[in-house]
Design a protein around this ligand. Structure first.
Ligand code: PMP
Length: 391
């Protein structure tokens, strides 16, 4: 054949300009990115990031996580990537893992652990919408003797904020690493990595931080590093190998950084700026604002006659609210009406909560009374206009 002519023509669709609509991103993520953070990501690409930007990001994550761990950095990837980074480094083939399942994230963590050769994965399961007591956790730890215990702080599929007090001490007692997913909660609800004895903590950029998806803050305690750096086997993932990532981020004390992968440089600029925004507001102020806005929202929903999915008030996630799917409606009609008529994204359930709930996320700069009022008005409108089905 003639190798100078092509068989796949240039696509017609690419001749049109890129169109991205403005939307109110009030689902469980991603949330809206503020202009300041968007602009940070529009700066020029440089091949080797300035060490200052790496250091700014590290310090910002240490502040956000409330940790002094030197092994603190951002994974190139999303929340799932950080979850996999934690698990594939902390667990060796043949070891035992315990995950707390009260929604989809414990299921995902168990799936990841299960991919490690001969790993023994146990789950403790609770109904969506509830959390585990420390007594239940201790019982499972003493029964399964895992090397790693996984818990989700902000269960975005069910709307549960899991209490963390005392669990770190239990993990220490049973010589187990305590791994916490804070993708949907960090910055929006109190968490103290060091004081609460959390050994590995990760989050994502696209929720309370209001940065674009694609970078995922993570931190490892001294105890976690000791286990990981005395592994008998290499972690199966080259991309997520902590020894490589520690060097890439200058966390290993070595004088030079060796090329590992090409990080998403502009996404790191945005992450840096989002951490600066959080530091400027102050964590305590951010926690308080999310809590106040959530309470205002929850009270108004109840006075509209809607029901909150999480019964226990103290266990309601201030960032993502789960509303019992209104009786008589198809939840999909409501979410598509809101998108079509109000340019407003909320979502239905996920995993074990599919069909049971509507989920509204008000995170970071989206967490305001004005946005609550907008959601309430839009919801009222949707309930008026969507057809009630025959059931
Ligand atoms: N954990 C929780 C609690 C989450 O809410 C999410 C995102 N919905 C994830 C993990 C996964 O993050 P990502 O979509 O960025 O991979």
């Amino acid at each position: 054949g003639d190798m100078s002519s092509i068989s796949v023509p240039p696509p017609k669709c690419l001749q049109k300009p890129l169109v991205v609509p403005h939307r109110h991103m009030f689902g469980p993520g991603p949330s809206n990115v503020s202009p300041r953070i968007l602009q940070a990501g529009a700066r020029p690409v440089i091949g080797h990031m300035h060490p200052e930007i790496f250091d700014d990001i590290k310090s910002g994550i240490q502040y956000m996580f409330q940790t002094r761990n030197s092994m603190t950095f951002a994974v190139s990837g999303t929340g799932h990537t950080a979850m996999e980074c934690a698990i594939c480094n902390a667990v060796e083939p043949g070891e035992s893992v315990l995950t707390a399942v009260n929604g989809i994230w414990g299921e995902r963590a168990a799936d990841m652990a299960d991919r490690i050769g001969e790993a023994e994965v146990n789950t403790m399961v609770a109904a969506p919408g509830v959390f585990f007591t420390n007594a239940e956790i201790e019982q499972a730890l003493s029964k399964h003797r895992p090397v790693l215990f996984f818990l989700t702080h902000g269960e975005s599929s069910t709307g549960v904020l899991h209490p963390l007090e005392g669990i770190g001490q239990l993990c220490l007692k049973y010589n187990c690493l305590f791994l916490v997913d804070s993708v949907a909660s960090i910055g929006g609800a109190p968490l103290h990595m060091d004081r609460q004895g959390i050994d590995i903590l990760y989050t994502g950029s696209q929720k309370v931080l209001n940065a674009p998806p694609g970078t995922a803050p993570i931190s490892f305690s001294e105890r976690a590093c000791q286990k990981i750096f005395s592994r008998r086997t290499k972690p199966v993932s080259f991309c997520l190998d902590l020894s490589w990532l520690a060097n890439y981020w200058g966390c290993d004390g070595k004088p030079s950084r060796v090329y590992h992968h090409t990080g998403p440089v502009t996404a790191f600029y945005s992450l840096r700026e989002s951490l600066a925004v959080l530091a400027e507001e102050g964590l305590e102020n951010s926690w308080e604002r999310h809590q106040k806005v959530a309470e205002y929202f929850h009270t108004a929903l109840e006075s509209m006659g809607l029901k909150l999915f999480v019964k226990e008030k103290n266990a309601r996630l201030p960032t993502v609210t789960t509303i019992v799917a209104p009786h008589g409606y198809d939840w999909k009609d409501i979410t598509s009406y809101l998108m079509k008529t109000h340019n407003l994204e909320i979502s239905g359930g996920l995993g074990p909560s599919v069909g049971l709930v509507l989920r509204v996320g008000l995170m970071g700069c989206n967490s305001s009374k004005a946005n609550v009022d907008m959601v309430l008005a839009a919801l009222k409108d949707a309930l008026k206009h969507c057809h009630k089905n025959k059931m």
